[in-house]
Design a protein around this ligand. Structure first.
Ligand code: SF4
Ligand code: SF4
Length: 351
């Protein structure tokens, strides 16, 4: 017979670090998402606005849903936090993007659990599994399922494991015993709000995504506004600062799962070294990883800006005036890349 406990046991066997159950009822904070979109904080992420209604209730996604099985997977590794990297010539990449694409890895594991649930239930059971891709407010359901709480930095924080967690979930049509919701343990701390380099939190627990470096480096398809470029520093894909400073991530557990270990090319690379790679090499480095989302052209845009910000001689020679003639780096001719390179050269020249 399918029970919350049997699902948690199977989830552990499949490699999940956390598993909890939330009911598919109304939860008081779910409607806030619509307000957030209406305040313009989603920027160019039109898919969020388009799905805002459905995100207000999982039963709009699967009308038969009665429970949401929430799963957490630790992806932390033993490399230093970005706030511990003092060298402006080192490329900063969000921790979650160092290994394999979590959509693929966790998609397979979450689907395996979902299929096991259907078999274990015996009688007809409807399920739907998602990894970050469904119109589901995962963090709020994870909080309801007792995995932790949504902190002032808007991340789901487990009191035991911290916030380096991938979330995935299974909607299911059977009523399972729900867990107690996680309790907010931020208290009077404001470290994440104070550390954000772009002031992206208009209030605690509310992120203006259009100000966030993750949005600027990943979601923005066109030019990065000139006024925002200096704020990128040496970030080339995402930003972890508001998680790095969180006390719940100090001494956080690390995963030994090979899927999340940094690929060689993304293991603390230097900006100049990335820049001088061919397009084919860059494509290989990010293949089957989360960074495929930006592809080579936008990656070069971001690296160019970071080189300009780094203010190093190494950056100047990597970006030198003859660099555009390089063989195997056709993306340098893209107007988007060329414009950001020109900005970076001018910034380096004005040192
Ligand atoms: S990820 Fe970085 S830029 Fe975005 S809110 Fe956190 S600290 Fe600010
Ligand atoms: S840094 Fe402090 S306020 Fe921010 S999420 Fe962590 S505990 Fe909460």
């Amino acid at each position: 017979m399918l029970t919350a406990e049997s699902i948690k046991t199977r989830a552990r066997e499949l490699g999940f670090d956390l598993c909890g159950v939330a009911s598919a009822d109304d939860h008081p904070r779910l409607p806030f998402f619509r307000d957030w979109v209406e305040r313009g904080y989603a920027g160019e992420m039109g898919y969020l606005a388009r799905t805002a209604e459905r995100r207000a209730d999982v039963r709009a996604v699967m009308p038969s849903a009665r429970s949401v099985v929430m799963l957490g997977t630790l992806y932390n590794t033993d490399r230093p936090y970005s706030t511990e990297v003092a060298d402006p010539g080192e490329a900063l990449i969000s921790r979650y993007a160092w290994g394999d694409d979590y959509h693929d890895v966790l998609g397979a594991r979450t689907e395996a659990l979902s299929e096991w649930m259907v078999r274990a239930h015996g009688t007809p059971l409807e399920t739907r599994a998602y990894v970050d891709t469904g119109p589901v407010q995962e963090k709020l359901y994870a909080e309801q399922a007792g995995l932790g709480w949504v902190g002032k930095n808007t991340c789901l924080i487990s009191p035991e494991l911290g916030s380096w967690l991938f979330l995935s979930e299974i909607l299911c049509s059977v009523g399972l015993a729900p867990d107690e919701p996680g309790l907010d343990q931020c208290g009077t701390c404001t470290l994440c709000l104070d550390a954000c380099p772009t002031g992206a939190f208009p209030e605690p627990g509310v992120l203006d995504a259009t100000r966030c470096l993750s949005y600027l480096t990943i979601e923005m398809k066109g030019d990065i506004a000139g006024s925002d470029r200096a704020e990128l520093g040496n970030h080339i894909y995402g930003c972890d600062i508001c998680q790095d400073v969180c006390p719940y991530n100090h001494g956080a557990a690390v995963s030994t799962d090979p899927a999340w270990q940094p690929r060689e090319a993304l293991d603390r690379p230097r900006l100049a070294e990335l820049w001088t790679r061919s397009d084919a090499d860059l494509r290989d480095a990010i293949r089957h990883g989360a960074m495929m989302r930006v592809r080579v052209k936008r990656l070069r845009r971001n690296v160019a800006v970071a080189l300009g910000n780094s203010g190093t001689d190494e950056a100047e020679s990597a970006l030198g005036p003859t660099a555009a003639d390089r063989v195997g780096a056709e993306s340098l001719d893209e107007p988007l890349v060329a414009e950001h390179v020109a900005w970076a050269r001018a910034r380096l020249a004005s040192r």
